[in-house]
Design a protein around this ligand. Structure first.
Ligand code: AMP
Length: 113
């Protein structure tokens, strides 16, 4: 997608702090972290959101999920972390290219307690 910021990060038109990369995925530091460690994991292929997925994407998405333990171990947050996928404007999504937030360390107070 020509005007998608995460497509541009994925193809290196826009710089980012990369923590993991392979042919299909990129993980990079969030520019506005809300936790001590805040990384975004994206597929290089453009999907606007989770709602774009169909059965044909099961293999790619399965591989994306299996990268999570690898990346959080590399980041040193495997003792405790959160995985967030905001979906739709009413779900807090601001960049319309599917991404997984990996949040480690002290994060927002949810669930409260
Ligand atoms: P969301 O609100 O779930 O769509 O998350 C989008 C995230 O992308 C936010 O946490 C932003 O801080 C982050 N973000 C936006 N632009 C950049 C960028 N150029 N580099 C790194 N992170 C970005």
């Amino acid at each position: 997608m020509a005007d998608c910021i995460f497509c541009k990060i994925g193809n290196k038109e826009i710089p980012s702090t990369v923590v993991y990369e392979d042919d299909d995925f990129l993980a990079f530091r969030d520019i506005n972290p809300v936790a001590p460690t805040h990384v975004l994991l994206i597929p290089k292929k453009h999907y606007s959101s989770l709602l774009d997925l169909s059965e044909d994407d099961a293999d790619l998405m399965g591989r994306m999920m299996t990268l999570v333990p690898k990346i959080v171990k590399q980041l040193g947050i495997d003792e405790g972390f959160r995985v967030v996928i905001n979906t739709g404007a009413k779900g807090g999504q601001t960049v319309f290219h599917l991404h997984i937030h990996l949040l480690g360390g002290r994060v927002f107070n949810w669930p409260p307690g």
